[in-house]
Design a protein around this ligand. Structure first.
Ligand code: FES
Length: 178
């Protein structure tokens, strides 16, 4: 008589236990039957850990939150703060919406392109900077504004301030600081 062993395969987890703890903290903010409300936070946590949101991470999040993977993908593709491809060490997002455009954001964007030698959607050859356009950050009065890695807002960007910002970030990249 042959005995067949059934080995249940547990799916490979790409998110760390620490990432799951952070997602759990977000989940605690919502009723148990509204787990999907934490999807944006979960995507952010995944991106911070992996540098980008991959289809595998979307699936893992979908599974954890009880959502369809496509529903998670719809969120990650709707908001441009989610990186769906590898980015440079520093992602510089320039707001080019009308209120900022009226306050010289296009000139700041052109100066950034010139100084970095790349266009929107591109990454410098050394992998330090990715430049992209963004939608309103709610800081229209401070234009031109650039968001560094979706987190740090840099305002009133004259050419001099852009040069200072790029020098500072290059220095950080050289020092290997986070
Ligand atoms: S339009 Fe640029 S921050 Fe609002």
């Amino acid at each position: 008589m042959t005995v067949q062993l059934q080995i249940s395969e547990s799916p490979i987890k790409r998110l760390s236990p620490e990432a799951y703890q952070k997602i759990d903290r977000e989940l605690a903010k919502y009723p148990p039957d509204q787990k999907q409300s934490a999807v944006m936070s979960a995507l952010r946590i995944a991106q911070v850990e992996h540098g980008m949101v991959t289809p595998e991470l979307e699936e893992e999040i979908a599974d954890y939150l009880g959502m369809a993977p496509m529903a998670v993908h719809e969120v990650s593709t709707f908001y441009n703060m989610y990186n769906l491809r590898p980015m440079g060490r520093f992602k510089l997002t320039v707001c080019t919406n009308l209120p900022c455009a009226l306050r010289s954001s296009n000139q700041a964007a052109e100066y950034l392109k010139h100084q970095l030698g790349i266009g929107f959607g591109e990454t410098t050859a050394d992998g330090v900077f990715t430049l992209q356009e963004g939608e309103c950050f709610g800081a229209c009065g401070d234009a031109p504004v650039v968001l560094v890695n979706d987190h740090r807002m840099c305002s009133w960007l004259s050419n001099e301030r852009i040069d200072a910002l790029l020098s500072e970030l290059r220095e950080q990249a050289n020092e290997g600081e986070a």
